[in-house]
Design a protein around this ligand. Structure first.
Ligand code: CTP
Length: 395
């Protein structure tokens, strides 16, 4: 994820989730951002400015009356050249302050003094009961209507021992959300369905036929499409990946389940991106019990053909914009062009299969009616952003 050249003010308020803010600051710096940390007094009860200074590489500001700022205008200076202010963790009390325009400490004052063009994002973190209270929910609604972006909270185990909504998002989720925030909204209002990962075709209750697809490219596209403003549905075979924030995931195992999930949601979609490595065949007779070894004998499997999901969608009377993927082992240019025409789709992304499965980067070639265009090797995240822009341009 890339935040090169972005100036981020990271505000910390009082909450145990401050320990995650340390990791978040580190991730921001690693992504290329320049990070200016501002902490409230309550935040300093949970983590020290020394830690945040070491991780951000900049002096931490905590005090409205800090005499290191020559004109005593830290609240103005810090917000003027920021690309975004993000409060993580944002306590229930600090949300109240933002709602009421409080200016009684450095962080609340600089939020109030920020120019209109500087976006404010908050990542709430609090106990589930505090989050659920009507007072907090009124503040949430007011913050949203004031144009402040809320990131989370997530649901789960809390530091206090209770369970429910109120956990701050994980540092990598915050980074993903912030990176997405800066992406141009090229697919605003569009619905995009993405198939990803392998399928798993069972042989018996403990065995099956699958492939080496990791799902990384499909998940990267889901993230990039969401960041571009689309409503994204991800139909995913079994992977080890976390569902991107804001994306609806329908988990499936077999090609037939994937086909059914896609066909029941395709009516409302503007775009289908078929990234999944769908098994072309399934085992004809799946044993209901584990097949036992028998001395001297080896089982033989009969296969049946699976439905071609992409071809089924492309054959609809008014199909969405269809993008296919082709994993070839040789002669990519000839196979890719032929496959695009055979599948009757406007755009096909070709790559060399064994060079991409499981990897974090890839080299791809785009095939459309005008010919082909090779994109230089890049991370799957970067390629996904480029591909989404190419799709948006063609829509
Ligand atoms: N696809 C699909 N349903 C299938 C098979 C493939 O939706 N049952 C999609 C894939 O998600 C991908 C494209 O079709 O977008 C790949 O096309 P395909 O012809 O299956 O490619 P290969 O498996 O590479 O085909 P071949 O073995 O003929 O090279």
């Amino acid at each position: 994820m890339n935040l090169a050249g972005k100036k981020i003010v990271l505000g910390l308020t009082g909450g145990i989730a401050c320990y995650k803010a340390a990791e978040f600051a580190r991730a921001l710096v690693k992504a290329g951002a320049s990070v200016q940390v501002v902490m409230t007094e309550a935040a300093r009860h949970f983590i020290t400015p020394v830690t945040m200074q070491a991780l951000s590489g900049h002096t931490v500001f905590t005090d409205q009356w800090d005499n290191r700022v020559s004109n005593n205008m830290a609240h103005i200076d810090l917000s003027r050249d920021a690309d975004a202010i993000i409060i993580a963790p944002c306590s229930a009390d600090f949300m109240r302050k933002l709602v009421h325009g409080a200016a009684d400490d450095l962080l609340s004052t600089l939020c109030l003094a920020r120019p209109h063009a500087v976006p404010l994002l908050v990542a709430p973190a609090m106990n589930v009961e505090m989050w659920d209270k009507p007072a907090t929910q009124r503040n949430v609604a007011q913050l949203k209507s004031d144009g402040i972006t809320l990131l989370g909270p997530a649901s789960g185990d809390q530091a206090c021992g209770e369970t429910g909504l109120g956990r701050m998002l994980e540092p990598e989720q915050l980074l993903e959300a912030l990176t997405g925030f800066f992406q141009p909204k090229l697919l605003s209002g569009k619905r995009v369905l993405i198939t990803a990962g392998p399928t798993f075709e069972p042989i018996d209750p403990v065995r099956g036929v699958t492939n080496l697809s990791s799902g990384k490219m499909g998940y990267a596209l889901a993230r990039a499409a969401h960041a571009a403003g689309a409503h994204v549905t991800l139909v995913s075979g079994p992977t080890a990946l976390a569902v991107p924030l804001g994306v609806t995931c329908i988990p499936v195992m077999t090609a037939r389940e994937m086909h059914e999930a896609v066909m029941s949601h395709i009516g409302e979609q503007s775009v289908l991106i078929a990234v999944a490595a769908v098994a072309d065949w399934r085992v004809a007779e799946v044993s209901t019990q584990k097949i036992k070894k028998q001395a001297g004998a080896t089982p033989s499997l009969q296969f049946e053909t699976n439905p071609d999901i992409l071809a089924s969608v492309a054959a609809l009377p008014s199909p969405p914009f269809c993008v296919g993927f082709a994993a070839e082992s040789d002669d990519l240019l000839a196979h890719g062009a032929a496959k695009r025409e055979r599948k009757n789709i406007p755009l096909l992304v070709g790559n060399i299969g064994h060079q991409t499965f499981g990897k974090d980067d890839n080299e791809i070639v785009l095939f459309d009616a005008n010919g082909h265009q090779a994109l230089p090797r890049a991370s799957k995240d970067k390629l996904a952003v480029t591909l989404i822009a190419e799709i948006a341009r063609r829509l």
